[in-house]
Design a protein around this ligand. Sequence first.
Ligand code: MTE
Length: 374
Amino acid sequence: MPLSRRDLFRAVPAAVAAGAVPQFATAADGLVVRMREPRNLETQLADLGPATTPTEAFYVRNHFPVPALDPKTFTLAVEGHVGKPLTLSLDDLQKMGTATLDITLECAGNGRVFLVPPARGLQWGHGAVGTAKWTGVALGAVLERAGVKAGAVDVVLVGADKGAIADPATPGPIPFDRGIPLAKAKADETLLAWHMNGAPLTADHGAPLRAVVGGWYGMASVKWLTRVVVTDRPYTGFWQTFDYSVWERAAAGPRLVPVTAIQPKAVVTSVGPGAVVKAAGFVLSGRAWAGEHAVAKVEFTLDGGKTWQPAKHDKGRPLGWVAWESGPLTAPAGVLRVAARCTDDKGTTQPEARDPDRRTYMINHLVPTEVTAK
Ligand code: MTE
């Protein structure tokens, strides 16, 4: 039986009280169903292990039904504050240059189920995150071809999917879109991608063309991309004002600003809530990432954050996650509260407590998992 939005919200307080992530139904391909239509699927903890996430295990975040776009007739319009508006086929784009980058995408709402008090929105556990090999052309090369005019401010990426939002009511159906500053649009890590993990994008992941904005939360990586519009003033569309915005304390008072870069975060993927581990010789492992920065340090705790020990990890690099591991551990029999935390190469460590100014986004505070050592 399909779960309604209300069912999902109702399930939260009990799940949080139990320290568990509600799993609900699991789709045939092993993803956890957070909403059936539009499809919203979460990667299971164990599948966050590999260096790149297989496409079939990669989380899916859709706001509207998936639009059907034919790659043969597909075109991308590049317009707005440019000298030469363009209409480009997939073939045109593929001839403009190709780069393949390993980039970690994390949904800005990843971890929302852990917010106290419970927050509205999809109740993601830790699994709205994944790393893929994205192949495409640098958005900067496309913008150069179109000749961005002086005074350009934002580059708005517009998807082909649309719908009407009820609360707050929109003026009819609106597309999913996202403006990013010109400098980020021109950065090497911002791609217009047609391949994910070496194969054409699947429908759920944005076929035939999507943006991948490396180092930023997933909302900027617009799928089913059909328009790129350069603006001469900051864009204030729905998806960066009402949604996907956080409070910033400014001199004149708090103001809402768009969510941008992924914050440092480490998760334990080797054990989930309620797991039983051997008191002598168990190993914790997981993944850590830090958006535009490299992971510089990963630590883990067995006592809910009272004491920390250093973890071994791969050399960090911007844009992608690293694997970390504790080495063999011995703990007294009983309940352990395990967690990991990450520090990036700018010295920013993920915080212990939740900052409510972040509304329901950018969730990287400490979330211990209860496991039993026997
Ligand atoms: N692009 C369009 N057109 N429509 C969407 O609903 N969701 C965004 C982004 N791009 C979305 C979109 C969000 S919030 C995230 S986290 C990522 O896509 C998820 O990408 P994925 O589904 O490939 O994992």
